[in-house]
Design a protein around this ligand. Structure first.
Ligand code: FE2
Ligand code: FE2
Length: 269
């Protein structure tokens, strides 16, 4: 199977660039399935039903979430009715939406997605390792699922890397989101799982992680909070991770970064 995961879509710049270029990327890479993280797609904070629908109609098969999933309250009205919009699995029990689910790719392959949040420098949540272990025992790679994605939405590189090794051999791809900066460590782990610590964002890189520079700089230099964060709306770079997997085993045959448009050096698999 040929798969791409795109990191956090930040604001209008990231959203419009993805909608604009995704049909061409799908065709060029002959993709069977596309996942993107949508937690910052509405002005940097959360996701609306309008935006989610446009992205889902525009070639994204599933949208994952993170700590910003609930920033737009209207998501609570539609997340339970739309399984293609996910949120982290380890939120408290009873939270709307789902964090682990199975979908069908165009070619008929089953794709299991586990969206999980780290706990280092983040809100305290249920143990991500225990919950991923549980979900993986349900979605056995090569049997119940032809492809397993784990989106680990976390701050610490160590926690993401640990999750990669924890799931090695049991997932097709473990990829990090949330930091908005792509890492250069795409690799296939010894057990056959593709891995990259962070996919990076789909957004304007002439910014502080997708936001206009003025407010973050003011906060760092003066320690006076209270101003508004505004998304940077210059030319966006789409950052993602491409994986080609073996349909018989679900393991990765190839992994490579994808970077298209904007300021970052272009990369194609
Ligand atoms: Fe984010
Ligand atoms: Fe986040």
């Amino acid at each position: 199977m040929r798969f791409v995961y795109f990191g956090d879509i930040v604001g209008r710049a990231g959203r419009e660039a993805l909608l604009d270029r995704l049909p061409g990327i799908r065709e060029r890479l002959d993709l069977d399935f596309v996942v993107a993280n949508g937690e910052n797609s509405a002005g940097g904070f959360g996701i609306t039903s309008d935006i989610a629908n446009r992205l889902l109609q525009g070639g994204v098969d599933v949208l994952t979430g993170g700590n910003h999933s609930w920033d737009q309250r209207e998501i609570l009205d539609f997340i339970d009715a739309e399984p293609r919009i996910m949120r982290p699995l380890n939120f408290p029990e009873g939270t709307p939406g789902q964090g682990a689910a199975i979908f069908m790719a165009r070619g008929g392959q089953t794709v299991a997605i586990i969206n999980i949040m780290g706990r280092i420098f983040m809100d305290p949540l249920d143990d991500p390792f225990r919950m991923v272990d549980q979900a993986l025992s349900e979605f056995t790679l090569g049997r119940r699922a032809d492809f397993v994605l784990i989106d680990i939405h976390a701050e610490a590189t160590s926690e993401k890397m640990a999750m990669g090794h924890f799931a090695d051999g049991r997932a097709s791809l473990v990829v990090g989101s949330h930091s908005h900066v792509p890492t250069a460590d795409a690799q296939i782990l010894p057990g056959g799982t593709a891995y990259q610590t962070d996919a990076g964002m789909c957004g304007d890189y002439n910014s502080v992680i997708g936001m206009e520079k003025e407010e973050p700089l003011r906060r760092f230099t003066t320690k006076i909070g209270g101003g508004r964060f505004v998304t940077a709306n210059g030319d966006a770079t789409l950052c993602g991770v491409f994986v080609e997997s073996d349909d018989a085993t679900g393991k990765a045959l190839r992994v490579a970064p994808v970077r298209v448009g904007g300021r970052l050096a272009e990369a194609w698999p």
